[in-house]
Design a protein around this ligand. Structure first.
Ligand SMILES: C[S@@+](CC[C@H](N)C(=O)[O-])C[C@H]1O[C@@H](n2cnc3c(N)ncnc32)[C@H](O)[C@@H]1O
Length: 205
């Protein structure tokens, strides 16, 4: 299983944003939606071996967490607007005020509490934090069965989150010398894992 956690520092934890102006009205949820798209969607399909979490930290008293499970997801369309609609709907569910992911509908679940709710849901894990300047991802044990990859948003990670990830024991890994967008960093991790999975069938690394 591949698990990604994308942490949005400014993304709002409420459904009061407009799908007509995602970047301007949602605290840059669009950055997280592109990350979600890269984590779960491939050409003509879904990555059934992947779970993507979004931490919405834009409102201090109302942090929320979303979980999209590729094993169960249905009707996920690749465009940002439609994914934004799924997020907006989930944030309006009654269960979005529960502190655990109590209900899953078509592979989507929501909880109050941001990163804390996600860490509780993840349980035991081998955590990696995607960081410019981390050690080379190609030398890391990315294919550990319980690997979790933490990814920042357009602002990177705030100091408290950075400390939290450090305390979890997350290993900083870099996907290359260029600072790329969160969605691009996710694609690079998937690609590295895809290549490793294919190695026995003869794909050179
Ligand atoms: C747009 S970058 C963050 C921008 C930059 N850190 C800043 O402070 O403005 C979004 C996220 O993608 C990931 N990322 C980007 N480039 C990376 C790289 N070369 N290696 C590993 N992760 C990277 C990191 O998790 C980063 O927080």
């Amino acid at each position: 299983l591949r698990r990604f956690v994308v942490i949005g520092q400014t993304a709002l934890g409420s459904p009061r944003f407009s799908l007509d102006d995602l970047p301007g009205s949602s605290g840059r949820l669009d950055v997280l939606l592109r990350a979600l798209q890269s984590a779960l969607l491939v050409s003509h399909g879904l990555r059934r071996d992947t779970v993507a979490y979004l931490a919405l930290h834009g409102e201090a008293g109302a942090r929320r967490a979303l979980r999209f499970d590729g094993r169960a997801a249905e009707y996920l369309r690749p465009d940002e607007r439609s994914l934004g609609g799924r997020v907006k709907n989930a944030l309006a569910w009654e269960e979005s005020s529960a502190t655990a992911f109590s209900v899953e509908r078509q592979g989507v679940a929501v909880a109050l509490g941001g990163l804390d709710a996600i860490v509780s849901d993840l349980g035991p894990m081998t955590p990696f934090v995607l960081e410019e300047g981390g050690s080379d991802a190609r030398a890391a044990k990315l294919d550990a069965e319980d690997a979790v990859f933490f990814v920042g948003d357009h602002l990177g990670f705030d100091a408290i989150t950075r400390t939290r990830l450090h305390d979890l024991g997350a290993e900083p890994i870099s996907v290359g010398p260029v600072s790329v967008h969160a969605d691009q960093a996710i694609v690079l991790v998937h690609n590295e894992l895809d290549r490793r999975a294919l190695t026995p069938r003869g794909l050179a690394r």
